[in-house]
Design a protein around this ligand. Structure first.
Ligand code: FES
Length: 83
């Protein structure tokens, strides 16, 4: 199970956290990954200075722009699922 958390703290919310969540949900749907990925929202990850939306994948923190969410999913999350 890959654990994916999206920060919905106020800073990340302003940077498009909702769009990231929706994009990830679409990708999970598209690839049929409900059983393999646990997607959840998280409070501030103390990573507000990252300049984007904070995302944690199996405990590793990233800061992504909301428009990059699908690419990020393909590059950083999908490979973990396929292992
Ligand atoms: S609000 Fe998202 S890291 Fe602080």
């Amino acid at each position: 199970m890959v654990k994916v958390e999206v920060c919905v703290g106020s800073y990340c919310h302003l940077n498009g956290a909702n769009n990231v969540v929706v994009s990830f949900q679409h990708m999970i749907e598209r690839f049929g990954l409900h059983e393999q990925i646990e997607l959840s929202a998280a409070f501030c990850m103390k990573n507000c200075a990252g300049g984007g939306v904070s995302v944690r994948v199996n405990g590793e923190k990233y800061s992504i722009r909301s428009e990059e969410a699908r690419t990020f999913f393909k590059e950083k999350i999908l490979p973990l699922v396929q292992k």
